[in-house]
Design a protein around this ligand. Structure first.
Ligand SMILES: CC(C)(COP(=O)(O)OP(=O)(O)OC[C@H]1O[C@@H](n2cnc3c(N)ncnc32)[C@H](O)[C@@H]1OP(=O)(O)O)[C@@H](O)C(=O)NCCC(=O)NCCS
Length: 249
């Protein structure tokens, strides 16, 4: 029999330990942000890192009803009447184009630090691929990036990954002929890279906090809207298929 292995936690008759610390002792002593850091990184953060993670969690907890995750969550809640189904549907809409670009961006930063920003942007252009963590549906400058980088500087966390991310932003503007801002996913990717997180962890820093925002929307849908309230009226979509086909029988 091959045993499952984990270094994260253990639960026995004597209690539960998380990353070697007694869960009971952690309760009331560390913040939720510090707990997230402990779980994902395997060690407790410094005070500065804890504050940084807390700010990241706040920055992406909610954005607007018009995002794919919230639209999906509210639609699923409207149809199913279920909190968990609505929440799961919202999370499933998070990915490379919405909320999940941090993973690709952190990979780019961690694998290319030391190369010139121009070379990295040219390599993406040559493949006709978008650089993850840049551009936004609404913003030309993402205010959340500005705030998180300001805090990262104050907390002594801002360093070569953040600088590299900003150099890439400048090079992308040159190559595309228009500003494609370092968005919040990209900013978080740079900051967590500074704190030593593997790029694979990046999406967790969006999904964990956005779960709170999605939950609020699902609860609002379930308590303030009628069941099946989310549907499209015929004026809201366009049928582009054929009509009047004959079965020929
Ligand atoms: C966020 C995003 C989906 C917005 O897309 P959009 O509304 O089509 O963006 P815009 O209208 O401002 O710009 C479109 C043009 O800029 C280019 N562009 C946009 N983002 C780009 C990026 N990250 N890298 C390279 N080129 C990019 C597109 O190729 C497009 O050119 P085209 O019209 O010739 O195809 C897009 O910027 C993107 O895919 N970014 C990377 C993924 C990401 O970071 N997602 C998280 C968003 S918070």
């Amino acid at each position: 029999m091959v045993k499952w292995k984990t270094k994260i936690s253990d639960s026995t008759d004597e209690g539960t330990s998380v990353r070697g610390y007694s869960l009971e002792e952690l309760v009331g002593k560390i913040s939720y942000a510090e707990m997230v850091y402990l779980l994902l990184r395997g060690k407790l953060p410094t005070a500065e890192e804890g504050k940084m993670v807390d700010s990241i969690l706040v920055s992406v907890a909610e954005h607007s009803i018009g995002t794919p995750s919230i639209m999906s969550a509210r639609t699923a809640a409207s149809g199913s009447g279920s909190f968990v189904q609505g929440l799961a549907a919202g999370i499933l809409a998070i990915g490379e184009h919405h909320g999940g670009a941090g993973e690709g961006c952190a990979k780019v930063l961690q694998e290319n630090l030391g190369k010139t920003a121009g070379d990295v942007v040219s390599a993406f252009s040559a493949k006709k691929e978008r650089l993850p963590g840049y551009g936004h549906k609404v913003y030309t400058t993402d205010p959340r990036t500005h705030k998180l980088f300001k805090l990262a500087k104050e907390l002594g966390i801002f360093g070569s990954y953040c600088n590299f991310a900003l150099e890439l932003e400048k090079e992308l503007e040159k190559s595309q002929g228009k500003k494609l801002c370092l968005n919040v996913d990209g900013a978080i990717a740079a900051i967590i890279s500074e704190m030593g997180f593997h790029w694979r962890v990046a999406k967790a820093f969006f999904v964990i906090p956005r779960t709170a925002g999605i939950s609020a929307h699902v609860i609002e849908e379930l308590t303030e809207e009628k069941p099946f309230a989310k549907r499209l009226e015929s004026s809201e979509y366009e049928y582009t298929g054929e009509r009047g086909k004959n079965l020929g029988k």
